[in-house]
Design a protein around this ligand. Sequence first.
Ligand SMILES: [Fe+2]
Ligand SMILES: [Fe+2]
Length: 178
Amino acid sequence: MARTAAGSEDTDAEAIDAIALLKADHRAVEELFDAFDKARRSDRKAKLVEQICTELKIHTMIEEEIFYPAVEPKIDDAIVLESYVEHDGAKVLINDLLASTPKDRFYDAKVKVLSEEIRHHVQEEEKWLRGMFAQARRTDLDMTELGAKLAARKAELKRKAEKDGLPAAKPTAVKPKA
Ligand SMILES: [Fe+2]
Ligand SMILES: [Fe+2]
């Protein structure tokens, strides 16, 4: 029974629509931010931040490696370029949070600002009609094929995260000066 269920899950994962996959990631990270808001204990906060940062690292990587390059030539490219810059803003806080602890005076503030940045960015991607996903949906891109690529890369990065951890998030557009 368990084997059948796992088997059919694998099949579903391969057939997933790219936009549905990315939206599901958005919902998952929103839930983690909500859980952080309710968390009081330091160990729980640190655990949630680790989960949030891992989810966001994987999500920004699969978007930047696969989804954004596929849609950029076919939609209003300004929205895609802004998205890279928004990701970079989040990456600064992600790397900083992973290197700090809930004892840091600014810890909760950093999580709050990261959640606000992500909420804004998710809106830009999901906005009705003019959002990135809405524009992408109107192209001739095969969202099932793209979804399979996203799912495969996501699974690979998840395995890496569990086994050795992921490297620090790397900015793409912003070149910070020391
Ligand atoms: Fe996204
Ligand atoms: Fe994004």
